[in-house]
Design a binder for this molecule. Structure first.
Ligand code: CTP
Length: 204
C-alpha cells in the first residue's frame, strides 16, 4: 500500500525572520512512517520543520507553512491508500506577513490572523472508496467527545485522541484510537514506536 503521513509543526510567517508555530516534535508521525516502511509499504512523509532523521526507505517532502503542507498532501492524496495526519497544522496564519523585517515601535503590535485550510477536512471531502483517513486530536478536556466530533465532521475512518496533559515532545504516548463505527482501542502508555506498531495493526 501507499501510506501518506504528515508530521511536525507548521510555520506561519510574520516577516522574513519571524513566525508563529507550535511545540510539535514530529516524533509520533516519524514513528508511524518508520513502522509503515518497516512493513514494506511505500511511505511518503510530509514533514514540517523538525530535528529528526528521515526514517529508512521513506520519501520525505519538507514543507514550511500550512498552505505548503496542504499543497503537498493534496498532490499525493489521490494515489495513496491511507493518509495519517499526525502533523500539528496551524489553524491560523498571519493575514498580512511583512516582506521586510518588522522594526519595533513604541506601544503594542497587533497581528491579524486568518484561518488556514483544514487539510483533513478537505481530504475527507475528496476521499474515494478504499481510502482510509486517520486524524489526531490533542485535547486538554472532554477528550472523547471532541475527538468523536472531529471524526464525524472531517469524514475520518479513525481518530487518535490524546490528552495534552501528557506533554509535547515526549518519547512515550498514550492514545485512544476511535473508529468510525464507534469502537475504541486503548494504546499505551508506551514508547511512540510501540504506539505506531499498535496503531498500524488496528488501521491496516
Ligand atoms: N489538521 C489539518 N489541517 C489543519 C488543522 C488540523 O489537517 N489546518 C489536522 C491535524 O493534522 C490533526 C487534526 O486535524 O489530524 C486536528 O484537528 P483540529 O480540528 O485542528 O484540532 P485542533 O487544532 O485541536 O482544533 P480545535 O480548536 O478545533 O480543537
Amino acid at each position: 500500500m501507499k501510506i501518506l503521513v504528515s508530521a511536525g509543526p507548521t510555520r506561519e510567517k510574520i516577516d522574513p525572520v519571524r513566525f508563529l508555530s507550535n511545540a510539535s516534535s514530529g516524533k509520533m508521525g516519524y514513528a508511524i512512517a518508520a513502522e509503515a516502511a518497516r512493513r514494506n509499504h511505500e511511505v511518503v512523509l510530509i514533514s514540517g520543520p523538525v530535528a529528526l532523521p528521515t526514517p529508512e526507505k521513506v520519501r520525505r517532502i519538507d514543507v514550511g507553512s500550512a498552505a505548503e503542507m496542504f499543497a503537498a498532501v493534496a498532490a499525493e492524496f489521490p494515489s495513496c491508500d491511507c493518509l495519517i495526519m499526525a502533523a500539528a497544522v496551524a489553524d491560523y496564519r498571519v493575514a498580512m506577513p511583512s516582506a521586510e523585517k518588522l522594526k519595533k515601535l513604541p506601544g503594542e503590535l497587533v497581528l491579524k490572523l486568518e484561518r488556514t485550510t483544514d487539510i483533513l477536512f478537505e481530504m475527507g471531502k475528496r476521499k474515494k472508496a478504499g481510502q482510509t483517513l486517520v486524524g489526531f486530536a490533542a485535547e486538554s478536556a472532554d477528550l472523547l467527545h471532541y475527538a468523536q466530533e472531529k471524526l464525524a465532521r472531517k469524514n475520518l475512518d479513525w481518530i487518535a485522541a490524546n490528552l495534552l496533559s501528557d506533554g509535547f515532545g515526549t518519547d512515550d504516548n498514550r492514545i485512544v484510537l476511535i473508529s468510525r463505527d464507534g469502537s475504541q482501542v486503548k494504546l499505551g502508555p508506551a514508547p511512540k514506536a510501540e504506539i505506531a506498531r499498535q496503531m498500524l495493526d488496528a488501521i491496516l
